[in-house]
Design a protein around this ligand. Structure first.
Ligand SMILES: [Zn+2]
Length: 447
């Protein structure tokens, strides 16, 4: 099993992921995707979009603004309940999420319950705690011309938040979509985009960061049919994760979330857990959100969210099934599944066995020798043919062949093509397979 540190180190070494603002010493809870990382991330997101939006007739895409009217977060309950239990050590002033440093308590823990766990401060080892305070995780900002010396009232009128989830951008557009494209129920709206959470203690690499990308679908259904639609959505998630992204079935575990642990809006939630290198962690969630959001919007906006069935004329507010997945979580699941160490000719090798549809590059093309113009010219020719045909092809003429193979193995390139003197005679090239390291000769026209 791969270790998280090995993956973090590979990510930095090969340009997948760097610490955010690295040059200034970093910025907690942020990560930057490098050239290879952004390619892999984009491929994951494109596969999701193709599977759930383009290949289906009942799910449409939208892309809503990150800044939203603050009423959104009043209606959704985020202003009141999107909070973590913050506790401060009176000795060393360190602040922690109470439910993360004590066992057997959850987010709604009270001061008394926390003190009863007799938890010691992870920093100074003392047991001298202040009260539990609710810490809202939304990032607050001001919109428009607000100056630092403006009074509180002016500042408060201009408050806005960076969205803590993409879902509300979908709910607030439900009526626009119904009024413009008249979809039949059930139908879904899908969105990919950034969401922000001011985590008290970001950790575990990209698993718990302050800025992340989400892929969410709100699937609107007739309330009498929510159970069957929940089942269909659940199957579709497995199909996506296992058949398209190629995550191993045995590493995905469903967890039926008990009522007391569910989010305030949910009547049923299944967490899809994944075996990460640092243990089992949530990969995605599937929640039955009832008509919680649309009803709140109807109340807060004064506008009807009713849906009229075209056949039966029945009028109701649709209920919602929501599959929600964090791109970074999926990214790490893909990387940790692909990461392998083995030995080739007595030498340790790190290899990313990425599925072909996700590998940043499908082929690497190189001339056997860099200083033979006829080989370089022929190799460029092959490189250009493949680039035109497949797009994601890379060129490498650095170091010796062995070093090039090591590098391509580490970034997950499935096939390396080498142009040698035999190529000049008969138009065949060497193709070396990443996983087996076997080499075959093949005609250029068959690539
Ligand atoms: Zn302390």
């Amino acid at each position: 099993m791969s270790k998280l540190e090995d993956i973090v180190s590979l990510c930095k070494r090969r340009g997948f992921i760097f610490p955010g603002s690295d040059v200034y010493g970093g910025f907690a809870g942020t990560w930057d995707f490098g050239p290879l990382g952004v390619t892999l991330k984009k491929k994951i997101m494109d596969e999701w979009w193709k599977f759930f939006v383009e290949d289906r007739e009942d799910i449409y895409g939208i892309d809503a603004a990150i800044l939203m009217n603050p009423k959104t977060w009043e209606a959704s309950g985020h202003t009141a309940t999107f909070a973590d239990p913050l506790v401060e050590c009176k000795e060393c002033k360190s602040r922690f999420r109470a439910d993360k440093i004590a066992n057997g308590i959850n987010e709604s823990v009270t001061t008394e319950e926390f003190l009863a766990t007799h938890t010691k401060c992870p920093v100074c080892g003392k047991e001298n705690w202040g009260p539990i305070r609710k810490f809202n995780m939304m990032f607050l900002t001001h919109v428009g011309a607000v100056l630092p010396d403006d009074d509180k009232e002016v500042a408060e009128k201009n408050i806005a938040y960076l969205r803590p989830e993409t879902a509300q951008g979908i709910f607030t557009n439900y009526k626009n979509v119904v009024d413009t494209i008249y979809p039949d129920l059930p139908f879904g709206l899908a969105q990919q985009g950034k969401a922000f959470r001011n985590e008290i203690s970001p950790r575990d690499f990209i698993l718990r960061d302050r800025e992340c990308s989400q892929m969410e679908i709100e699937y609107f259904v007739n309330p009498t049919t929510w159970e069957e639609n929940f089942e269909t959505m659940r199957k579709a998630q497995h199909e996506f994760l296992e058949d398209i992204i190629k995550l191993p079935k045995e590493k995905i575990h469903e967890l039926e979330v008990p009522a007391e642990d569910r989010a305030h809006y949910s009547k049923r939630t299944i967490d899809f857990m994944f075996d990460y290198p640092n243990g089992e962690e949530e990969l995605m969630g599937l929640a039955y959100r009832t008509d919680f959001d649309l009803s709140n919007i109807a109340r807060e906006s004064g506008k009807s969210m009713d849906y009229r069935d075209k056949v039966t004329n029945e009028v109701f507010i649709p209920h919602v099934i929501e599959p929600s997945i964090g791109v970074e979580r999926l990214f790490l699941a893909v990387l940790s599944t692909a990461y392998h160490e083995d030995e080739i000719n007595g030498e340790k090798r790190v290899v990313l066995k990425l599925p072909e549809n996700l590998a940043p590059y499908k082929f690497c093309v190189s001339p056997l020798l860099k200083n033979k113009p006829e080989l370089v010219e022929k190799a460029k020719e092959v490189y250009n043919i493949l680039r035109k045909k497949y797009g994601n092809v890379t060129w490498d003429d650095s170091g010796n062949i062995g070093k090039r193979y090591r590098k391509q193995d580490e970034i997950g390139t499935p096939k390396c093509i080498v142009i040698d003197f035999e190529t000049l005679d008969n138009d065949t090239v060497t193709i070396r397979d990443r996983d087996t390291t076997n080499q075959i000769r093949q005609n250029i026209s068959e690539l």
